[in-house]
Design a protein around this ligand. Structure first.
Ligand SMILES: Cc1cc2nc3c(=O)[nH]c(=O)nc-3n(C[C@H](O)[C@H](O)[C@H](O)COP(=O)(O)OP(=O)(O)OC[C@H]3O[C@@H](n4cnc5c(N)ncnc54)[C@H](O)[C@@H]3O)c2cc1C
Length: 351
């Protein structure tokens, strides 16, 4: 089977590797650097914790594939420090984990189970012991090596289904294949629309900032997610390297609007995240030392969505890094049998 995967981000590369294992004749088209857009940077948060039980189960399956890949890669792809979700919503997350049969514990701030860069924050806190830091640097090296010469540096301009297959057009070539996967991140909606597939097109700017950790901080700190972060609409935080703490978060959407431009959005995000860090993270020095920027689709939240038209399958969602190994296998299987995987999360059931 000839398959074209469009997009060499973590999802496209994971699908390429799974398709290769399946014996498919696969080519992955990447317009820029592999994992250089939404998959950029060296770390992400892994968690089983989700508000929806189906997402908890999928994350558990993904963690199993992460472990297998770690063995093939010769080193852990997730540093197993655990993940904490705090605030009033933690009880809902815990309930979903319990329904899905995942281990977790609800504690109050001050508990000896917590290793966070702050001691005073809104509780309760859900400890997800299976969470941790995804080593994107190692994952990128593994996936690019595993994809090998199947990765092709070219921008796809259009995909069109014909009676005999699907034509994949770049500036210089036209290939005809049996199946196409569109997993091109912010490029998905334009390509999919050209093939008659409707996916969300709205975009926002987003920024994560890294700061030095002060001596004496709890070690190794857990990844941390909370919707109750003063001055922010929520924050996620984790170890981004030795002695480095990454703080991301949502700010007022009017400040990160797409048409407001990237520089203004980055400046507003940097100011808000630095102010929050200065006031609420006593173990972190509020001196920015690095940033990771990406575009994202507002209002998608955690969730996996798949849309098929004939031999073309498009996939989109947010926070996909933690699901990538499982997504790769799911997408490869869907290419082989022509099926459409079930949506998961808040939009499950939405076609
Ligand atoms: C700051 C930040 C923090 C995050 N935190 C987390 C987290 O803690 N946990 C988590 O699980 N996820 C997290 N995410 C989200 C996660 O990283 C992304 O959802 C995931 O990396 C998306 O991968 P992707 O392959 O879908 O998209 P991308 O990585 O953007 O890949 C799509 C690729 O398609 C290519 N492309 C686009 N158009 C075309 C075309 N026409 N032809 C050829 N190639 C094309 C692009 O160049 C790009 O490389 C975070 C993201 C960011 C940026």
């Amino acid at each position: 089977m000839r398959v074209a995967v469009i997009g060499g981000g973590v999802v496209g590369l994971s699908a390429t590797v799974a398709l290769l294992r399946q014996g498919a004749d696969v080519r992955c088209y990447e317009a820029g650097e592999p994992m250089g857009e939404r998959s950029a940077g060296d770390t992400r948060i892994f968690r089983l914790a989700h508000v929806y039980p189906d997402m908890v189960e999928l994350a558990a399956r993904s963690r199993t594939v992460f472990a297998e890949w770690g063995e093939r890669a010769g080193g852990l792809l997730i540093d197993p420090v655990g993940t904490v979700v705090s605030g009033a919503g933690a009880q809902r997350w815990a309930a979903a984990m319990t329904v899905a049969g995942a281990a977790c514990e609800l504690v109050e701030p001050g508990s000896s189970l917590l290793r966070l860069p702050a001691t005073t924050f809104a509780g309760p806190a859900l400890v997800d012991p299976s969470g941790g830091v995804i080593r994107v640097d190692r994952l990128r090296t593994f996936l690019v090596a595993a994809a090998g010469d199947r990765l092709r540096r070219a921008r796809v301009d259009a995909v069109e289904e014909t009676a005999t297959g699907v034509r994949v057009r770049t500036g210089t070539t036209v290939d005809t294949v049996d199946a196409v996967l569109i997993c091109a991140g912010s490029g998905t909606s334009a390509l999919a629309a050209g093939a008659g597939i409707d996916t969300p097109a709205a975009l926002e700017h987003h920024l994560r900032v890294s700061f030095p950790i002060r001596p004496g901080a709890p070690s190794p700190p857990q990844c941390w997610i909370t919707e109750e972060a003063p001055g922010l609409l929520g924050t996620y935080q984790h170890l981004a390297g030795p002695g480095t703490w990454a703080v991301g978060g949502d700010i007022d959407s009017s400040l990160v609007r797409w048409d407001g431009g990237r520089p203004a959005a980055e400046q507003a995000s940097l100011a808000a995240l630095t102010a929050y860090t200065a006031e609420h993270l006593p173990f972190v020095e509020p001196r920015p030392i690095g940033t990771v920027y990406c575009t994202h689709n507002p209002d998608l939240g955690d969730g996996l969505q798949f849309v098929r038209r004939g031999r073309i399958l498009a996939m989109y969602g947010e926070n996909l890094m933690k699901f990538a190994p499982l997504l790769g296998e799911t997408l490869a299987a869907a290419c082989a049998d022509g099926s459409t995987p079930a949506n998961a999360g808040p939009h499950a059931g939405v076609a």
